[in-house]
Design a protein around this ligand. Structure first.
Ligand SMILES: [Mg+2]
Length: 261
């Protein structure tokens, strides 16, 4: 999994609330030129479960993450932070959460008496806000980020935390799926308790697992389905949180700080 701060990807990530309908896929083709060729070559008649990964995948070591970040100007992160202070960011985020609520309500309406419904959510920049780390640096440094995570003091992103609380009150199980490694499990759980985020299952990246975020997160959603759950909403701040299918509705939250492929 790589944090990629290139301007090219930064510009291409103006994607909010994409759903893997035909319209969503066409939008993806138009807006992500890096992925467009791959998608155009693929079948467009897809179901949510049949969406192939359109993005290149990476298997980088933490040291390589640092090396890549060093090549990049800090302006991307500063711009990313500025965007989070804008009314546009609040609107973008709110639109995703309204869409997620609607997806849950529609499902309840269409499936009266249904049980084993689930919401899947990423953690970083989806329900936990790491800006207090990113404000301190012009480049992403893996070791420093780990130190920040161990402090367990990231505040919650209120709109998404509120959505998860609401979804549980409506009978949806909440599963958190993160690219954080197992060694960060204790501080992550501590942080979630402090942030008052309740959940029913939590999945981390196994130590030494070099698969891409897409591979790992898709496999986890499949595992959740195999438990008997229907994933009604899958939400995250990265495209890699949601490509791969195994969800009815996907909500891409705004994040212009970084891209994880
Ligand atoms: Mg994230």
């Amino acid at each position: 999994m790589r944090r990629n701060f290139t301007n090219r990807n930064f510009k291409n990530r103006n994607l909010v609330g994409i759903k893997y309908s035909l319209v969503g896929l066409l939008g993806l083709v138009l807006q992500t030129s890096a992925c467009g060729a791959a998608l155009l070559g693929a079948s467009i008649a897809v179901t949510p479960q049949a969406v192939a990964c359109p993005c290149e995948t990476y298997n980088k070591k933490p040291e390589e993450l640092d090396k890549k970040a060093e090549e990049i100007s800090g302006s991307v992160m500063r711009d990313g932070i500025s965007y989070t202070k804008s009314s546009q960011y609040k609107k973008d985020f709110a639109r995703c959460m309204a869409s997620a609520r609607k997806a849950c309500l529609d499902y309840l309406k269409e499936h009266p008496g249904a049980d084993n419904m689930a919401v899947v959510s990423d953690i970083d920049e989806t329900i936990l806000d790491n800006r207090d780390y990113y404000k301190t640096t012009d480049k992403f440094v893996w070791k420093d980020f780990v130190k920040w995570v161990r402090l367990a003091k990231a505040p919650p992103l209120k709109p998404s935390a509120d959505f998860l609380k609401w979804a549980r009150s409506k009978g949806f199980a909440v599963f958190l799926v993160t690219g954080r490694m197992e060694e960060l499990k204790a501080p992550t759980i501590k942080n979630l308790v402090r942030a008052n985020v309740a959940y029913d299952g939590i999945y981390f990246r196994n130590q030494g697992d070099r698969r891409s975020a897409i591979e790992i997160k898709t496999a986890v959603r499949k595992q959740i389905e195999d438990l008997g759950f229907t994933i009604v909403v899958n939400m995250g701040d990265q495209m890699s949180d949601m490509v791969g299918g195994h969800a009815i509705d996907c909500e891409k939250l705004p994040n212009k700080l970084y891209v994880i492929d």
